[in-house]
Design a protein around this ligand. Structure first.
Ligand code: ATP
Length: 477
C-alpha cells in the first residue's frame, strides 16, 4: 500500500503541490516547499479552520505571535527539560531511530501478519515503558522482538537515550547576557503568554478561546512519510480557557466539534478514529488524537489535550506576573484551565490530498481509458474553474478571456487553450478543479457556455452571466 503514498507524492510534485526543499542541492531532510497549487490548497485549509474556529465563535479570537520568544518561556513550559524523544542508533548502519517508532512499526507488521495477540501484547509493553520513561525497557523490547535496522538488517543496537527536539539559535545581546533562543516547537506558548493581553484588550469572559496558525519547528529524530513528520511545519491551534472543574465537559465538547470539522469535508467516516493517550504529555491530564487512515495506517492528524492550568501557572511562577482571571459570575480570581486543539496543517494537507486522490478506470469495451482525479471538497480546491475556448480561432479566445475577466477576482481560475478539450479536462481533473467552462461558437451567438463537472463528468449548458452565482454555489463554503 505504500505504493499509494508514492503515487500521491509524485503526483504532488508533478502538478506543483509539494516540492522537496532545496531540491537542486539534493534536498534538505524533512523540509518541503509548497508549490503554486499547494500554497493555494494550504491557504484554503487555513481559511476553513479560521472561519470555523474564529469567525463562527463569538468567544474565540485569533492572534499571530512571533516565532522567537523569551528563552525562559521554554524553561517554564517544560520543553527545555522534557521535550524529548527516545533515540537509538544502529551500530552497523550508523542510522538513528526513535525507539518507540521502531516498536510501533513492529506492531503494525504483526497486525498485517494477523498476529493480533502478539500485536496487542507488544502494544501493552510499549505503553508501559513509555508511561514510565523506561529507556532500558525500550531497548529490552527491541531485543526481545528481534527488531532489526531497516537499513542494515542487523540487531546491533546502542542504548536508548533522550533527545531534545528543540532547535536553538543565537540572538544578539539579550538583557541577562544569554543569547540562546529557541525556534518554537509549538505555537501554544505564544497564546499563553498573551493570555491577559487578549483577555483585557478584547474584554473576553471565560469561557473563551485564542486561536493561532503558525510555523513550528522540531528536530525530529527520524523524518518519514513525506509531509507527515517534518522539521519545519505549521500548526493550527486553539487554547480554550475555562473555569476549573469544567474542563472535562469542554474536553468532550471539543473532541466532538473537531471530529465534525473533519467529517464536514465529506471524507469517509470509517477512516477517522479517536486514539486515547496512555501517557499524556507533561502538561496534560487527558489527551486524545484524531487519527486518519492513510495508506500506511492510522496516524495522528490532530491532538486534543486537557492542559489543566499547567502552562499559565508555570508562567505565573517564572515571570512573577499574575496570570489570573476575575470571574464576575462567581466573584472569584483563578488561573483558568485550558483545553487545546492542535492540528498540523501539513498533516491535514496530506489527509486532504490522500482522500482526494483517485485513479479512475473509465475503460469501455472499445477503449481503454483512465484518469487521475483529485476529488477535493470544492471549497478547498486550489483552482475553482478553468475557462477553455474550444478552438484557438474565430474570436473564441477573446470571448473566453472576457468571461475569465468577470470571474477571476472572486475565484482562483485558469485559462487554457492548448491541446484537445478532452486533454484539458484531464489536466484539470488531475489538479482537482471542480468546474470547467467551455466557450464555443454558440457562445458568440447566445452567450451560453458548457460547464463540465469534475466528479460526474456531466456537462450542461448555462448562461455566461450566471457563472458567478453558479460558481459561488458550487465552490463556496
Ligand atoms: P507525533 O506523536 O506524531 O510526534 P505529537 O503528539 O508530538 O505528534 P503534538 O505535539 O500533539 O504532536 O502536535 C500537534 C499536531 O502537530 C499533531 O497532531 C500533528 O498534526 C502536528 N505535528 C506534530 N509534529 C509534527 C511534525 N514533525 N511534522 C508535521 N506535523 C507535526
Amino acid at each position: 500500500t505504500d505504493d499509494i503514498l508514492k503515487n500521491v507524492v509524485s503526483h504532488a510534485k508533478e502538478y506543483g503541490f509539494v516540492f522537496p526543499s532545496s531540491e537542486i542541492y539534493d534536498g534538505l531532510s524533512a523540509v518541503y516547499d509548497y508549490g503554486q497549487l499547494g500554497s493555494e490548497l494550504k491557504n484554503n485549509i487555513k481559511t476553513y479552520w479560521w472561519k470555523s474556529m474564529v469567525q463562527l465563535h463569538e468567544n474565540i479570537v485569533g492572534i499571530d505571535s512571533a516565532i522567537f520568544m523569551h528563552p525562559k518561556i521554554w524553561k517554564a513550559s517544560g520543553h527545555v527539560d522534557g521535550f524529548n524523544d527516545p533515540m537509538i542508533d544502529n551500530k552497523d548502519s550508523k542510522k538513528r531511530y526513535r525507539a518507540d517508532q521502531l516498536i510501533e512499526d513492529k506492531i503494525t507488521r504483526y497486525e498485517k501478519d494477523k498476529k493480533l495477540e502478539k500485536a496487542k501484547a507488544l502494544q501493552g509493553d510499549l505503553d508501559e515503558a513509555v508511561k514510565s520513561d523506561n529507556l532500558t525497557r525500550l531497548k529490552e523490547i527491541i531485543i526481545e522482538h528481534g527488531i532489526v535496522c531497516p537499513v542494515s538488517g542487523t540487531k546491533n543496537w546502542t542504548d536508548v537515550r533522550q533527545f531534545n527536539l528543540m532547535f536553538s539559535t543565537k540572538m544578539g545581546a539579550m538583557a541577562d547576557g544569554s543569547e540562546v533562543v529557541y525556534l518554537r516547537p509549538e505555537t501554544a506558548q505564544g497564546i499563553f503568554v498573551n493570555f491577559l493581553n487578549v483577555q483585557k484588550s478584547g474584554r473576553m469572559k471565560i469561557p473563551f478561546g485564542i486561536a493561532q496558525i503558525g510555523k513550528a519547528f522540531r528536530n525530529e529524530v527520524i523524518a518519514r512519510q513525506f509531509i507527515m513528520r517534518m522539521r519545519e511545519f505549521e500548526q493550527m491551534e486553539l487554547q480554550f480557557f475555562v473555569r476549573p472543574g469544567t474542563e472535562m465537559e469542554w474536553y468532550e465538547k471539543w473532541k466532538e466539534t473537531r471530529l465534525k470539522w473533519h467529517l464536514a469535508l465529506g471524507g469517509d467516516s470509517s477512516k477517522y478514529r479517536f486514539h486515547d493517550h496512555v501517557k499524556p504529555a507533561h502538561y496534560a491530564n487527558a489527551a486524545v488524537d484524531i487519527e486518519y487512515e492513510f495508506s500506511f495506517g492510522f496516524k495522528e492528524v490532530e491532538g486534543i489535550h486537557s492542559r489543566t492550568d499547567f502552562d499559565l501557572r508555570q508562567h505565573q511562577e517564572f515571570s512573577g506576573k499574575k496570570m489570573q482571571f476575575f470571574d464576575p459570575e462567581i466573584n472569584q480570581n483563578y488561573i483558568p484551565y485550558v483545553i487545546e486543539t492542535s492540528i498540523g496543517l501539513d498533516r491535514m494537507f496530506l489527509t486532504v490530498l490522500s482522500n482526494a486522490y483517485h485513479e479512475q478506470d473509465l475503460s469501455t469495451a472499445e477503449k481503454k481509458d483512465q484518469r487521475t482525479v483529485l476529488h477535493f471538497h470544492p471549497a478547498l480546491a486550489p483552482v475553482k474553474a478553468a475557462v477553455l475556448p474550444l478552438t484557438k480561432k474565430d474570436g473564441l479566445p477573446e470571448k473566453a478571456r472576457e468571461i475569465l475577466g468577470d470571474l477571476k477576482f472572486d475565484f482562483n481560475t485558469q485559462y487554457d487553450e492548448k491541446d484537445s478539450i478532452g486533454k484539458r479536462y484531464r489536466r484539470q481533473d488531475a489538479i482537482g478543479t471542480p468546474v470547467c467552462i467551455t466557450v464555443d461558437h454558440q457562445t458568440l451567438e447566445d452567450n451560453t457556455v458548457t460547464i463540465r463537472h469534475r466528479d460526474s463528468m456531466e456537462q450542461e449548458r448555462v448562461s455566461a452571466k450566471d457563472l458567478s452565482s453558479i460558481l459561488q454555489q458550487l465552490t463556496g463554503w
